[in-house]
Design a protein around this ligand. Structure first.
Ligand SMILES: [Zn+2]
Length: 420
């Protein structure tokens, strides 16, 4: 059994006096308290490195903590060990005849599962086992007003890419806690197009991978499209037929594969009424791939669009429709671009593969896939500074948990305040 110290629970009789020591004298930071109604206790967590102290304050005279203090006085009440599989851990202990308080794991705070081991088995210490809640991918379609526009974040499902390639020079111990890793070293990623609704019509920015993958590709990239773009559009009251413009950040399969679909033997545009806005120089690169990018540019994703006469090529940074502006970043591909959506004095930015997940908000966290990583770095440094200072709402196309948020900086460290 692999266990990590999660926290040490300390029963306190007088919270103010306890804070005078832990917060004021030791100088530790105390988080906002959490009430656990069922136990009639208020918990004050104090992070200490990878673990925490938990000050336990009774909120009723008959609570277990109050009775514990009456009997034994304030002090260490329990220790909590974090385990990966609590059911396996409980079975393991039972098989060894360890006396347990809980014969089966039960729900604890914040979706965790917990089980207590009897103090008599642990030499006088109450030991809690805890399996934290696994974060669930957040793939629901979400709509928000943005000035005169409406933004709808949608999803084309999940896939997996090699974790090392997703994080370039960043060592695995740093990234493996940020995204779930499977036994093939792949991290879980989403594909999240963005729909912009305006007076002029409805635009989709990128459109996921679509359904043209063969068995080998499905397996290699671990696609899970049980909930795909059609579901997400329907959830938002939209459909493929309701899209007027499809805009590509670049033509990689995980961004614009969904632009075409199989129709018997033929490949047809996925959005039947749409014009497909594609940067001319990206088209050139995509249709003339080399050894390094051939696996990402799948001709069936975009060549049928030109044959159908629905591509609107453009050159250079510009407004595609009022309020929607493309800006070339380079880096990931030579012509990779991000999309600014501006209305009512507010700016949202769809950052595509410049900042694919919330883990990539640190400057040096750059994908190994990028063809020109130093160009990514130069653009990213400038852009993220601007995004923090001007409070741009950032859309993260590949983050399985966070669709959009604000990048904040505190003491030189960045984090994302989730909005969607
Ligand atoms: Zn991508």
């Amino acid at each position: 059994m692999k266990a990590t110290l999660d926290h040490i629970g300390i029963a306190v009789k007088d919270l103010d006096q306890a804070l005078a020591f832990y917060r004021d004298a030791l100088g530790l930071e105390v988080e906002a308290p959490e009430d656990v109604e069922s136990q009639r206790v208020r918990a004050h967590f104090i992070p200490v490195g990878e673990s925490a102290l938990e000050l336990l304050e009774a909120t009723a005279p008959d609570s277990a903590i109050a009775r514990y203090i009456d009997k034994r006085g304030p002090g260490v009440h329990h220790i909590t060990l974090r385990v990966e599989d609590i059911h396996a851990a409980v079975e393991h202990l039972k098989a060894r005849g360890v006396r347990l308080v809980d014969q089966e794991p039960r729900p604890g705070a914040e979706g965790a599962l917990v089980a207590f081991i009897h103090p008599s088995a642990a030499h006088g210490v109450l030991v809690e086992l805890k399996e934290p809640a696994r974060p669930r991918p957040n793939l629901a379609a979400r709509r928000m007003a943005w000035g005169d526009l409406e933004l709808v974040s949608v999803s084309d499902g999940l896939f997996r890419l090699d974790g090392g390639a997703m994080f370039g020079v960043v060592p695995r111990p740093l990234w493996e806690t940020r995204l779930p890793v499977d036994d093939r070293n792949r991290v879980l990623l989403s594909m999240r197009p963005l729909v912009v609704e305006a007076e002029w019509g409805r635009m989709i920015v990128d459109c996921g991978a679509g359904d043209k993958m063969d068995a080998k590709q499905l397996d290699m990239y671990g696609f899970d499209r049980t909930r795909h773009l059609d579901h997400a559009l329907a959830d938002a009251g939209l459909s493929a037929e309701s899209i007027d413009v499809a805009l590509a950040t670049h033509l990689h399969f995980d961004h614009f594969g969904g632009a075409t679909r199989r129709d018997g033997a033929a490949l047809t545009p996925r959005f039947p009424r749409a014009r497909y806005a594609i940067r001319a120089a990206e088209w050139e690169d995509a249709t003339h791939p080399h050894e390094r990018n051939r696996a990402s540019y799948l001709q069936d994703d975009f060549v049928p669009l030109k044959e159908a006469g629905v591509v609107a090529f453009y050159e250079g940074d510009q407004s595609i429709e009022p309020g929607v502006r493309v800006v070339r970043t380079g880096g990931h591909t030579g012509q990779h671009q991000i999309v600014f959506v501006e209305s009512g004095g507010r700016t949202a930015v769809f950052t595509a593969d410049l900042i694919p997940t919330t883990a990539h908000v640190q400057n040096a966290w750059i994908m190994g896939y990028d063809l020109f990583p130093m160009d990514t770095l130069a653009f990213k440094k400038r852009f993220i500074r601007e995004a923090i200072d001007r409070e741009y709402l950032i859309f993260f196309e590949h983050d399985p948990f966070v669709a959009a948020g604000y990048i904040r900086e505190r003491d030189g460290r960045r984090h994302v305040e989730q909005v969607l």
